[in-house]
Write a new protein. Structure first.
Length: 211
């Protein structure tokens, strides 16, 4: 299975990906996670990307496309993959089409997680993440037992730099202008499946199982 998870920041792409992985053991490729790992490791890619990420802007297409060309060539993608956070622009989608054609493979579906902006803002401003193991918390829905300390590994639990409200509003504006056109792009190709992003953590899995 080869799918794309499309949706605004905070729509729950990562949560849906975890649920899908529990049933379909395919590679989960999150461009945001790859970029954050590079920032943490201080690589040249991470240094280039950090300023864009902190401002809620998109990292330039050529950087992302190069990164994804290498990632999709890795062995774990042979049996399938789900892309989380890529493509985010029409140029990235066109580059992905070329990569897939070159490998003689096709996408099965593009899942669009639909959510309104105010729900995103309230979700993301309350999101917290463990710096050490990446576990996700929510100050309202899933707080840590001890404030600021990860229940799983004892690491420090913090707010992501790009989860502050001003940055979230920027990221939403970027989504509406640069990423939302992909909904039409993939509708034209007959690949789009729209899913209500407030439908719970297995919303996408349920739909994939029906198709
Ligand atoms: P995410 O975790 O998917 O919300 O991504 C966090 C940040 O990484 C975004 O706000 C962008 O700055 C950057 N990023 C992730 N994926 C992409 C992409 N496909 N194109 C450009 N920038 C990206």
């Amino acid at each position: 299975m080869r799918i794309i998870l499309l949706g605004a920041p905070g729509a729950g792409k990562g949560t849906q990906a975890d649920s899908i992985k529990s049933k379909y053991p395919i590679a989960h490729i999150s461009t945001g996670d790859i970029l954050r790992a590079n920032v943490k490791a201080g690589t040249a890619l991470g240094k280039d990307a950090k300023a864009y990420m902190d401002a809620g802007k998109l990292v330039p297409d050529d950087v992302i496309v190069g990164m994804m060309e290498s990632r999709l060539a890795e062995a774990d993608c042979k049996e399938g993959f789900m892309l989380d956070g890529f493509p985010r622009t029409i140029a990235q989608a066109e580059a992905l089409d070329k990569m897939l054609t070159a490998h003689g493979i096709k996408l099965d579906a593009v899942v669009s997680l639909e959510i309104d902006d105010d729900t995103v803002v309230s979700r993301l401003t309350s999101r917290r993440v463990c710096k050490q193991c990446g576990e996700i918390y929510n100050t309202v829905l899933k707080p840590t037992a001890k404030e600021g300390v990860c229940d799983k590994c004892g690491g420090e639990v913090v707010q992501r730099d790009d989860d502050r409200e001003s940055v979230i509003r920027n990221r939403l504006a970027v989504f509406h202008t640069q990423t939302a056109p992909l909904i039409e792009y993939y509708t034209q190709k007959g690949l789009l499946i729209a899913v209500d992003a407030t439908g719970g953590k297995d919303a996408v899995l349920r739909i994939l199982e029906k198709n």
